[in-house]
Design a protein. Structure first.
Length: 241
């Protein structure tokens, strides 16, 4: 009984300490959130993505794709920038995990679906395509939420960086979505809309499939940047066809 009371006292003490820390932070800040240099790249992805959405609504798909790729470039380095800050608080660390996933959802979950809707023609069945795009967004949400939970659990048990991903990372859309547009000009518009929807459905399945994928290191990152440059060059060529 005495041991139980001690545990409860410790838990109450920890809660009080957390509440005091939160109150101090709120008093010293004008705005909610964190605004140090570690989140700048993450934040930069949002205006680029909103521009990409606007371009998609106007039928300027190549601009949308460049915006998605720019967001992907920001994402490739935001974690490395964040790790240069050695004195991050627990709140800042958890905020970084959450804000990164929320930004990823907008950039690589919602934006590809918006592009898909704007590819549709009267010949395409909007109900079927809506279900496909909804499935894609839902798969991205599930993937990101699952990552957040498992990453927090991992960090409580071990230090260091994650070595493997479970399922295809949502950020892979920064390359996979632009890649399919290489064939945009060589297919009839309504056929391409169908191919794009099938492509999204396949990517969505990979988001939530239970398989291990090794997290790329510096060499892997360089390879992805080179691939991204190749995809961008191919898009520029096809855009002028």
């Amino acid at each position: 009984m005495k041991g139980l009371l001690q545990v409860e006292t410790l838990e109450v003490s920890e809660i009080d300490t957390a509440n005091e820390s939160c109150e101090k932070r709120h008093k010293s800040q004008l705005f909610l959130g964190f605004y140090n240099y570690t989140v700048i790249l993450t934040y930069m992805a949002i205006p680029a993505t909103v521009l990409g959405m606007a371009a998609a609504f106007c039928g300027k798909f190549y601009i949308s794709l460049v915006c998605i790729m720019f967001a992907g470039l920001c994402d490739a380095f935001d974690g490395k920038v964040a790790r240069t800050r050695k004195k991050s608080t627990e709140a800042e660390r958890k905020f970084g995990i959450q804000i990164d996933s929320l930004v990823d959802l907008v950039c690589y979950g919602v934006t590809p679906a918006i592009i898909g809707f704007n590819l549709l023609t009267p010949r395409n069945n909007i109900t079927i395509y809506s279900l496909v795009f909804a499935f894609y967004i839902l798969a991205a949400i599930i993937r990101l939420a699952y990552y957040n939970v498992t990453e927090e659990e991992r960090q409580e048990k071990e230090t260091g960086h994650r070595k493997y991903f479970c399922g295809l990372p949502v950020t892979s859309a920064a390359l996979l979505i632009p890649a399919v547009f290489i064939f945009y000009k060589v297919m009839r518009h309504n056929y391409f809309a169908t191919a794009y929807a099938v492509w999204l459905a396949m990517i969505a399945l990979l988001f939530i499939s239970n398989f291990k994928l090794k997290k790329p290191g510096i060499r892997g990152l360089i390879i992805m940047i080179i691939l991204g440059g190749g995809v961008l060059a191919a898009l520029l060529i096809t855009a002028t066809m």
